[in-house]
Ligand binder design. Structure first.
Ligand code: TGC
Ligand code: FAD
Length: 401
């Protein structure tokens, strides 16, 4: 993945992205090389096309294959299954760089890697791992993750999608809603209740009769990502497609922990892109005979942005070191996801303000990030749900029961 060209570049690149506390010193050479490779790819393959894809509400599906070549699909899963074999910080850095491009592009990779490949790796049989993981890593197969239902969002335990025993197969009925990549997916990792009410994960393939995945249109957010439903009408799924090593809500929630961690890094990428744009513009644009950046109110905005980015970077880096040692708790992950998405949203808004009227156009990235981040604030657990997870962790009292 990292050729000598990139190795040379990492020494000479003058990164635009802020690194106020010299956090690069905490990163290994591999981390820096990975970052350089993904950053260059985003500049070459995402930035030039993203505004028009977003405007048209189209997903740049050709990028799946390119991300696979970069090693961005399942980067921290083992090499023996065709995955990257990297550590959790490298995975986070990849998400950061993808989301500097666009939250929708990061979504394509996080769903494939953390919500489809990870559950198959962690809870699947050896046959399932060998069958699916190498193909998903190469983007020969696209996957999606079905947890949310029309009447079951923040409270996934209330799902009604169900499995009925039918000899060597289960009959699957129900519907999932708001599913990233579903209309283009070859397989769906679906969470459903069996006849005893126990939640199980099952791999549904797109050609199975009774299964459809219509697209959800009309989104003002994450427009370059494709979202849909999953509809199951008496779908006969062989029992060998059940993920054998997990039952209960902790199955899907463990996958969410993996993805939420990645989002904590991803949001920093979106914030960096907005900050970079605002800093540049504040030096170029003159009003009252001075660059905007010379006004105290502009400096306040920029100073607060870089402070929040730096705090978010420290949070995710530390979380990554804990995750590398298997010590990151779900509640710690919730704190980082919630904080970093929130600050990214505030930074996008302030950066938009610094650009004045120009800030609402597609000449600059802030409005697109701002709209995207409204989704990121909501999916993978809403802002308030993560607050309640932290509240529960510190008080020992459960607001959900
Ligand atoms: P609760 O009783 O607390 O927990 C049930 C079981 O799960 C365990 N657990 C976790 N395990 C691993 N990781 C986590 N993060 C976990 N959180 C909880 C827990 O220990 C328990 O285990 P056990 O052994 O005792 O059974 O469950 P609850 O029903 O009270 O719900 C708690 C709540 C509200 C925090 C949870 O359900 C929640 O997180 N809700 C938010 C739902 C959500 O995040 N949905 C996301 C859907 S996927 C998505 O948005 C993908 S977008 C991707 C993209 O495009 O990038
Ligand atoms: P609700 O749960 O109805 O919440 C509505 C509001 O009520 C929120 O503000 C919430 O914080 C608040 N609320 C709920 N419960 C409480 C409480 N106990 N206390 C205080 N406030 C509360 N899901 C998947 O399974 N797979 C995917 O790939 C996927 N991709 C998505 C892509 C997009 C573009 C979007 C928008 C969503 C996606 N989702 C996906 C679904 C996402 O995870 C849910 O939208 C999210 O979990 C919130 O559920 P909900 O929309 O039903 O909102």
């Amino acid at each position: 993945m990292l050729d000598t060209e990139h190795k040379k570049q990492v020494k000479t690149d003058q990164y635009e992205a802020p690194d106020y506390y010299v956090l690069d010193e905490l990163l290994s050479e591999e981390h820096l090389l990975v970052r350089s490779a993904v950053r260059d790819w985003v500049k070459k393959s995402v930035t030039p096309i993203i505004e028009s894809y977003s405007e048209e509400g189209k997903c740049p599906l050709h990028l799946f294959k390119e991300m696979a070549e970069l090693g961005a699909l399942g980067p921290s899963l083992p090499e023996e299954y065709g995955c990257g074999g990297m550590d959790e910080i490298a995975y986070g850095i990849i998400m950061q760089e993808l989301e500097r491009g666009d939250s929708g592009i990061r979504s394509m990779a996080s769903v494939q890697g953390s919500l489809v490949m990870y559950p198959i790796y962690r809870f699947g049989s050896e046959e399932q791992k060998k069958k699916y993981l190498p193909e998903l890593a190469k983007a020969n197969l696209i996957g999606c993750f079905g947890l949310t239902e029309p009447n079951s969002g923040s409270d996934p335990g209330s799902m009604i999608t169900n499995l009925k025993d039918d000899g060597d197969a289960y009959i699957l009925n129900g519907a999932k809603m708001w599913i990233t990549n579903s209309p283009v997916a070859d397989i769906a990792v679906v969470w459903a209740k069996d006849e005893e009410g126990i939640i199980r994960g099952i791999i549904v393939e797109k050609d199975m009769p009774g299964f459809s995945a219509p697209e959800i249109k009309g989104k003002w957010s994450l427009r370059a990502s494709i979202t849909g439903e999953l509809v199951f009408e008496d779908v006969r799924v062989p029992k060998e497609n059940v993920l054998p090593k997990v039952t209960g809500l902790k199955g899907p929630l463990s996958c969410l922990s993996k993805a939420r961690y990645g989002i904590s890094w991803g949001a920093i990428g979106a914030a960096m892109d907005c900050y970079d744009a605002a800093l540049r513009y504040s030096k170029e644009r003159t009003q009252f005979g001075k660059p905007l950046g010379q006004f105290q109110l502009t400096q306040k905005k920029l100073a607060e942005m870089i402070t929040e980015i730096t705090k978010a970077q420290l949070l995710s880096w530390r979380l990554g070191t804990l995750a590398n040692n298997g010590k990151a708790t779900p509640a710690q992950i919730s704190m980082a996801k919630r904080n970093n998405v929130w600050i990214a949203l505030q930074i996008a808004r302030e950066a938009r303000q610094i650009h004045g009227g120009m800030g609402i156009t597609n000449e600059y990235p802030m409005m697109r990030h701002l709209m995207n981040l409204e989704t990121v604030l909501t999916y993978e657990g809403t802002h308030d749900i993560h607050l309640l997870i932290t509240g529960m962790d510190v008080t020992g009292l459960n607001a959900f029961k």
